[in-house]
Every structure is written in structure tokens, then in C-alpha cells.
Design a protein around this ligand. Structure first.
Ligand code: G3P
Ligand code: CA
Length: 248
């Protein structure tokens, strides 16, 4: 069966993971452009603080894996990070890509007509949760009218602090597997959404979340067949490295 013949998410529920990271280097402008070109309306991206307190769009706590440089975010300033080649590791065509700030990414997403799922990463070098969520609040305030923002994190404290600042934003708790007391943990944030590893999905849980009005998106799934049985049970969306797989 071709992907287009499968049941699937609405186009606005396909989120490109770290941008379209199967097509271009993750968390770069090239990956965000590729997501828009593939027809995605949302990108997922990761943020963390540099040594001088700027929010950087990067997954790891060091630049080693996704750039030609090396060093931990806690030791590098934003301008040192911005000078690095963040594309050659993925392919020579991408050697001009840079590690962007959240502020410049938010501005670019507006021009691309994209919305953002901002995943707040908690790293050892982060000294203050207030500084972290305050920086997120400042940068997302620069979004244009067409760009929607939602927040996700593996850290419930980050979601709780962010919710206190921005109560209108959708908050998504990230779990590899749901804890037994998942409903209580969501209510304590409070969060309305679960982002769960696709291998931990179950029809029973989706029926329960659906009944309670809780959204569930699956990460990081690059095989539409894996989700076929979950859409009718109430799965809301998917976070994927290659949005074309789900958008046909
Ligand atoms: O949003 C889900 C996914 O991004 C979480 O895992 O490690 O890719 O940030 P990771
Ligand atoms: Ca992420």
C-alpha cells in the first residue's frame, strides 16, 4: 500500500522533527526550508542556552556531532557557535549552514509560513530554570501572526514554569513510555498534550486520552505503516524526520 493510500494525520498535524532532518542537517534553516517545501505546517526544534545566555537551536549539549567544531554549549558563546559549519557533516551541499538562534529561527519561520514546537532541553550547564524559560518567552514573543508556538519538554518543571509565563500555549509532556500515573502528572503541570515514542502507543491509552480531551502525538516515526491502527483510536499527529512520508 502506498503512503497516500493509508489513513493518516491531517496535514497540519505533521511536524518535521528538527526540521526535515532526513533531507537536510537537523535544526538548521535548510531543514526548516525543506519542511516547508515538503508541505509541513509545523517544525519541531530543540533549544538550549549558550555560555552567554542566548537560546540556540541545537539538540545536544555540545556542538561536536552537528558541526565541524567541538565544545560544550556551556563553554561557547553564541557568536562562537554561529561561526561553525553546521552542514558539512550531513553533506557538502550544506557547508554554509549555521547553528541558528531561536530568535532568528522564529523570524525565518514566519517568512516560511511555519509554526514551531519548541522543545526545551534541560542540560547540566543550565544554571537557572527561570533564565531558561524567560529566554524562551522573550524569543517566541517575536513570532509573526501566522506562526503558532507550542512547547514540549522531557522536564515537567520546564513545562510548569513555561505554563506559568504563557498559560495560553499548548504544553506537551515528552515520554518514551507513559508513567503509570500519566494523567496525574499531566494535570500537575498542567499539560494538555503527550508526545510519546511511537513504539509505546497503545489503542487502550489513546481511547482514554481521547475521552479526556488530551492530544497525543507520536515521535519520531518514519514509517506510516506503524501508525495505521492508531489514527482511528485518537492519535492527533506525528513528529517525523521526513514529512513527505505522511504528506504524500
Ligand atoms: O519531539 C520528540 C523528540 O524530538 C524527542 O526526542 O531526542 O529527538 O529531542 P529528541
Ligand atoms: Ca526534540
Amino acid at each position: 500500500m502506498s503512503p497516500s493510500a493509508l489513513p493518516g494525520p491531517a496535514p497540519h498535524e505533521v511536524q518535521a522533527h528538527r526540521g526535515a532532518s532526513a533531507i537536510a542537517p537537523e535544526n538548521t534553516m535548510a531543514a526548516f526550508r525543506a519542511a516547508a517545501e515538503a508541505g509541513a505546517k509545523w517544525v519541531e526544534l530543540d533549544v538550549a542556552l549558550s555560555a552567554d545566555g542566548q537560546l540556540i537551536v541545537i539538540h545536544d549539549d555540545s556542538v561536536d556531532r552537528t558541526s565541524a567544531g567541538s565544545g560544550s554549549l556551556g563553554e561557547l558563546t553564541q557568536s562562537e557557535i554561529a561561526a561553525l559549519d553546521a552542514g558539512s557533516w550531513f553533506g557538502q551541499d550544506f557547508q554554509d549552514e549555521r547553528i541558528p538562534t531561536l530568535a532568528e529561527t522564529i523570524a525565518a519561520l514566519g517568512e516560511l509560513g511555519l509554526s514551531a514546537n519548541v522543545e526545551i532541553k534541560q542540560h547540566k550547564h543550565h544554571k537557572s530554570l527561570d533564565q531558561l524559560v524567560g529566554a524562551v518567552q522573550t524569543d517566541i514573543a517575536k513570532r509573526s501572526g501566522s506562526t503558532e508556538i507550542m512547547i514540549s519538554s522531557f522536564d515537567p518543571e520546564a513545562l510548569r514554569a513555561m505554563h506559568a509565563l504563557e498559560p495560553e500555549l499548548e504544553m506537551a509532556m515528552l515520554w518514551g513510555r507513559p508513567p503509570e500515573d500519566w494523567a496525574g502528572q499531566l494535570a500537575a503541570i498542567p499539560a494538555t498534550t503527550i508526545h510519546m515514542h511511537y513504539k509505546a502507543l497503545s489503542i487502550g491509552m489513546l481511547e482514554e486520552t481521547d475521552k479526556r480531551g488530551i492530544k497525543v502525538r507520536a515521535w519520531t516515526c518514519n514509517d506510516p505503516v506503524q501508525l495505521v491502527s492508531f489514527w482511528d483510536a485518537g492519535l492527533t499527529g506525528v513528529i517525523t524526520d521526513d514529512p513527505k512520508l505522511f504528506l504524500g
